[in-house]
Ligand binder design. Structure first.
Ligand SMILES: NC(=O)c1ccc[n+]([C@@H]2O[C@H](COP(=O)([O-])OP(=O)(O)OC[C@H]3O[C@@H](n4cnc5c(N)ncnc54)[C@H](OP(=O)(O)O)[C@@H]3O)[C@@H](O)[C@H]2O)c1
Length: 263
């Protein structure tokens, strides 16, 4: 990524206590950004903040739940109060769902996944927006390959990630006149604990080629630096939309195989 892009920039990262968000925060810190770190676990946020400060960065911990609009507003307010501006929002916080739809006792898991993954990103964006317009800043939304195609055992998760795509692809067009870029990231399997922490009975955990959180974070920040509209992270993910035009059933079979779902 171009040297200096993030130097001194004020960035709010959600889901910064673990996994991809933690890596994003650390890499931003190495690039000289000032980082606001939001997640629910205060102790994990303190650990991320300490690691960012070791890199010489200012880091602010913002314990809160992205499923609460009040918490999202407070996180944005604190970041702007401390740093004086906001240059980038990284809406990364998310949870997964692993279960066949027919095996769910009720719809609470789908509502929870939608609240955290979709509304969490929307709430943060709403409150960050005036500040990002003022700075002609950047929005980054972390979706998933499940936001591009259906995946068995992930109905609720795929729905939330498709919803993010619809929202941010639309918002990008609205924000062009303000000079605010919107980058949507579509990772495949990334080596984090998300599947162990998933809602549901764990069906379809999947296996296969897995990217490190560090590589994923690096690609996300590279795309954000260049204000690219999206970054699709695997070869299958890049080919999928083309293949879907001519052989949609084959894409369904590939998706089922990738999570070990035999039907
Ligand atoms: N790992 C993958 O294979 C993969 C693939 C495609 C897309 N993604 C997406 O990448 C993003 C990050 O995933 P990850 O793999 O890094 O997961 P992870 O290791 O489980 O980390 C998720 C982060 O989100 C935070 N979070 C969860 N619920 C939250 C809530 N209600 N409010 C605030 N923060 C919350 C967690 O912190 P607390 O628990 O402390 O709140 C944690 O910091 C997610 O949006 C995920 O859907 C991941």
């Amino acid at each position: 990524m171009p040297e200096g892009t993030f130097r001194n920039r004020a960035v709010l990262v959600t889901g910064a206590s673990q996994g991809i968000g933690r890596e994003i925060a650390l890499q931003l810190a190495r690039h000289g950004a000032r980082v606001g770190l939001m997640a629910r676990s205060r102790s994990d946020l303190e650990a991320t903040a300490a690691a960012c400060r070791t890199e010489g960065a200012q880091a602010l911990i913002l314990p809160g739940d992205v499923g609460s609009e009040t918490d999202c507003e407070a996180a944005v307010r604190s970041t702007c109060a401390d740093f004086g501006s906001l240059d980038m929002l990284i809406a990364n916080a998310g949870i997964s769902m692993l279960s066949a739809f027919e095996d769910l006792d009720d719809l609470e898991p789908l509502e929870r996944v939608m609240r955290v993954n979709y509304f969490g990103a929307v709430y943060c964006t709403r409150h960050a927006l005036p500040h990002l317009i003022a700075s002609r800043g950047r929005i980054v939304a972390v979706s998933s390959l499940s936001g591009l195609t259906g995946v068995p055992t992930r109905t609720g998760y795929a729905a939330s990630k498709h919803a993010m795509r619809g929202f941010f692809d639309s918002l990008r067009i609205e924000l062009r006149r303000h000079g605010v870029s919107v980058t949507v990231a579509y990772p495949g399997f990334v080596d984090t604990g998300i599947r162990e922490r998933a809602v549901g009975d764990g069906l379809g955990r999947g296996s296969g080629r897995i990217m490190t959180a560090s590589e994923c974070a690096n690609r996300i920040l590279g795309a954000a630096a260049q204000r690219r509209r999206e970054t699709v992270m695997t070869r299958k993910g890049k080919l999928g939309p083309w293949l879907k035009l001519v052989a949609p059933d084959l894409v369904d079979r590939i998706a089922a195989r990738s999570v070990g779902f035999s039907g």
